[in-house]
Design a protein around this ligand. Structure first.
Ligand code: H79
Length: 446
């Protein structure tokens, strides 16, 4: 470029820069989000926590056919309004739920504050379509659980459905909720104000919450959800609160974690997550223990304890948390099949928890054989499905000082080969779900 041209182009370039800056500044208000230090600390806590209990509980639980019954049966608004009269969970004992979650090794609970049926499981002043006003039980379920979580030192997140089959103002309708008998009119802005109002209640009246797990935006993917306004309000009320949304797309500004429904990060087995990549945010994958979220009285397709532990381990190896669901029964109890599995998982997390809590996805690519996790200079090798006597691993970043079997602390033979490490695997025990070995690496050079 000659000097003459350079000189002449200065004012032109300046104009472009100004235009870019203007665009950038107006866009940056919308497209950039700077999490607060509290929020960043909460993200680290979240990633360390690894394992949470998902709870789907609402008036739909009474019918024992999942949380989608209003849509699938279908039941219109008038019929559905009869349901709350049967919600009287006299055996609901929040202390028992929290104790069970902790015994399983779970570090947080995420419960439905409102599912797609729009029914608030908390004491909302914005509508009487809530558990206190409409049910014989008459108590604030979220409030009771929040108090118990605070007492027992476990974090509570609220699941909140943006999709609403009850509100008339949820209009124009999306992909679902067309058979509810609502008039073909409604005020979308009023709905969004209502939703923000309920979220304000949740983040004001129940002490510190872990965050919010949004769901249902996929019902109207192209609508203006005012996400920024909602997310900013939550962060303003509780800066540490982690916002995540199950919209099945890449995260939007203002979100603090990314979730995958019934898929490991990057997985596409369900078809819901096709448009979703894996972001740099903390990750979480959620799964059901049988095949239902809400209580389903005929669903006996229970996953085995071993499969559930392997899911937890695979998630950890892919740097994700595992949020494992129960759908409590209408009487407030968690069904014995779930209690049994959670208790059995607890035995495993107690013995092998060191290999997942506080760890991150490890340096070796996950494979059908298993995964690795890492904390500091320790790499944990989780052998989930491998019946060969040796295992070769590529990607371990530094020399290995020692290898031992976590089960009993015994040494594991290993040798270094060009491009990797070969482990001589100890025999698996009968029914062993995960042969875990801890490799101590040379410390990282600073
Ligand atoms: O709360 C649980 C479920 O009720 C909820 N998310 C979990 C955590 C959930 N809602 N829907 N789904 C799960 C499955 C999604 C189905 C969909 Fe579709 C496929 C949404 C969009 C395409 C079916 C077809 C519903 C709308 C069109």
């Amino acid at each position: 470029m000659n000097a003459h041209f350079r000189f002449r182009s200065v004012s032109f370039a300046a104009a472009i820069v100004c235009a870019m800056l203007a665009t950038f500044t107006s866009a940056s208000a919308q497209e950039t989000y700077t999490p607060t230090p509290e929020n960043l600390r909460a993200r680290v806590w979240f990633q360390d926590a690894k394992f949470g209990l998902f709870i789907h509980w609402g008036v739909y639980s009474v019918l024992g056919d999942g949380e989608w019954i209003m849509e699938t049966r279908p039941i219109n608004r008038t019929g559905y309004a009869k349901l709350p009269a049967f919600f009287n969970p006299t055996k609901f004992d929040p202390a028992a739920w929290v104790t069970l979650a902790k015994a399983a090794g779970m570090k947080y609970i995420t419960i439905t504050s409102k599912h797609h049926d729009g029914f608030a499981m908390f004491n909302s002043k914005l509508t009487d379509w809530n558990v206190v006003a409409r049910t014989p039980y008459g108590k604030d379920v979220i409030g009771m659980l929040a108090a118990e979580c605070h007492k027992q030192g476990i974090k509570l997140f609220v699941y909140h459905s943006q999709l609403d089959w009850h509100s008339q103002d949820y209009f124009p309708r999306g992909r679902t909720g067309h058979r509810t008998g609502r008039p073909d009119s409604g005020n979308w802005d009023a709905y969004l104000n209502f939703m923000d109002g309920q979220l304000r209640e949740l983040f004001t009246n129940y002490g510190e919450l872990g965050g919010v797990w949004f769901d249902g935006m996929w019902d109207k993917p192209d609508a203006d959800w005012h996400l920024e306004r909602t997310y900013a309000m939550i962060h303003q009320l509780q800066p540490q609160a982690l916002v995540g949304s199950n919209h099945h797309k890449n995260p939007f500004p203002g979100e603090d974690f990314q979730m995958f429904e019934k898929d490991l990060p990057g997985g596409h087995t369900t078809g819901f997550n096709a448009e979703q990549g894996v972001s740099v945010l903390p990750l979480e994958t959620c799964e059901t223990m049988n095949n239902s979220w809400g209580f389903n009285i005929t669903d006996d397709r229970y996953k085995s304890t071993a499969d559930l532990i392997r899911y937890l381990v695979r998630a950890a190896g892919m740097n994700a948390n595992f949020l494992l669901n129960v759908g409590p029964m209408p009487n407030g109890e968690i069904q014995p099949e779930f209690v049994q599995r959670l208790t059995e998982i607890g035995k495993w997390t107690k013995q092998y928890g060191d290999s997942i809590y506080g760890a991150r996805g490890g340096p070796v690519a996950a494979g059908p054989w298993g995964v690795t996790t890492q904390r500091g200079s320790t790499v944990y090798v989780h052998v989930l499905d491998w019946n060969q006597p040796v295992l070769a691993l590529a990607g371990i970043p530094r020399a290995v000082r020692s290898a031992r079997l976590l089960r009993d602390g015994s040494s594991v033979e290993f040798s270094t080969v060009k491009g990797g490490l070969v482990l001589k695997l100890p025999e698996a025990q009968p029914e062993e779900v995960d042969r875990v070995m801890a490799l101590e690496l040379e410390p990282a050079k600073l």
